[in-house]
Design a protein around this ligand. Structure first.
Ligand SMILES: Cc1cc2nc3c(=O)[nH]c(=O)nc-3n(C[C@H](O)[C@H](O)[C@H](O)COP(=O)(O)O)c2cc1C
Length: 343
């Protein structure tokens, strides 16, 4: 992928969403084989065998247009979505902004997607790769929790795992599901569903915001531990604006999110006592940062914005770097490094 700097200049000439569409169409047309495998990278998490711990975060392949080609780029897994029960067009454009000096993006897309039916039909044709489905609620839904329950039922035989996304800042009221009472009701409904439907046996994860305060975070973790939830993803984008000049509204991702999300990851690992697997997301754009997430409690990592700024060569760069870090620290496998920096 030696040509990415030139390609990036061309892509950055276009509006961010147009550039994204060009990229998806490119991936639909061309297969890039970049896979890397090494015994120290393979891991079994949630009962799934990952060839490597580096995944594509939700939001890139929202409608599952290129799941197989994404894995071919070298990712160990990919998360499609966010998908809502009904298709919706999202917020008005422009709604994605590059902050080039900060290696960051602000987006306020608002769950633009083609809906459950279309995505399921596409996913049925995927190869045997690990593909998670990130589910959300329709903006005009009268009952957000019910939309998630619908999603679990609808995709339980299609996805490798499901992510309940209650942390997008771009659907009004959605993040309120992270308040203790609503969070409790959501978990109770999921527990009930799983109890009454033994055929729903896939891992169910919850993706949380980096903006949750520490006290609430501790209570949420307690609730998760006493529920049937299998793991947490930390984190979605932030509405905070530390060291960022742009005044655009929406969720901030990329470099400025790294420290905030890694600190939260560390806390969640402590509060959950390492009892459930965590996926670390936010600002990963190097092997060093990926390893830092792992040492702060992540069993797997995901990225999105780093891919926009550094291109697909980043995926192999991270995996190769991880092999070196694991060796240097005297570990045989990546799983031994998980939480190594958490006191
Ligand atoms: C343009 C864009 C769209 C996104 N859409 C979604 C989404 O639909 N669902 C979701 O859970 N996260 C979404 N995210 C958040 C990412 O999955 C990820 O949590 C966040 O960007 C932090 O990772 P990063 O710094 O590597 O980008 C989106 C991020 C970006 C930049």
């Amino acid at each position: 992928m030696f040509f990415y700097p030139a390609l990036r200049s061309l892509l950055f000439y276009f509006d961010a969403e147009v550039a994204h569409r060009i990229t998806i169409n490119f991936l639909k047309t061309y297969q890039i084989k970049n896979n890397i495998s090494h015994p120290s990278l393979s891991c079994n998490i949630f009962g799934l065998n990952f060839a490597n711990p580096v995944g594509l975060a939700a939001g890139f392949d929202k409608n599952s247009e290129v799941p197989n080609n994404i894995i071919n780029l070298g990712f160990g897994f990919s998360e499609v979505g966010t998908v809502t029960p009904l298709p919706q067009s999202g917020n008005s454009k422009p709604r994605v902004f590059r902050l080039k000096n900060e290696n960051a993006i602000i987006n306020r897309l608002g769950f633009n997607n083609e809906g459950f039916e279309v995505v399921k039909e596409r996913l049925c044709k995927r190869e045997n790769n690990i593909i998670g489905i990130n589910i959300g609620a329709n903006k005009n839904s009268k009952d957000f929790i019910n939309d998630y329950i619908k999603g679990i039922k609808f995709f339980s035989s299609t996805a490798s795992y499901l992510t309940i996304n209650i942390s997008s800042p771009n659907t009004p009221g959605l993040r309120d599901l992270q308040s203790i009472d609503s969070f409790g009701s959501l978990l109770d409904k999921i527990d009930q569903l799983k109890k009454n439907s033994p055929e729903i046996s896939l891992p169910i994860l919850i993706k949380i915001s980096p903006d949750i305060n520490h006290n609430d975070l501790e209570s949420l973790c307690e609730k998760v531990l006493s529920s049937s939830i299998d793991g947490l993803i930390i984190s979605n984008t932030t509405i905070s604006r530390h060291s960022v000049s742009s005044g655009e509204k929406g969720g901030l991702s990329g470099e400025p999110l790294f420290d905030i999300s890694t600190r939260k990851l560390n806390k969640v690992y402590r509060y959950t006592e390492g009892k459930i697997p965590l996926i670390g997301v936010g600002g990963v754009d190097s092997a060093e940062k990926a390893y830092k997430k792992i040492k702060n409690g992540a069993s797997l990592i995901q990225l999105y914005t780093g891919l926009v700024y550094k291109g697909p060569k980043l995926i192999n760069e991270i995996n190769k770097g991880l092999i070196e870090f694991i060796k240097k620290d005297g570990f045989k496998n990546i799983s031994e490094a998980v939480g190594a920096e958490v006191n």
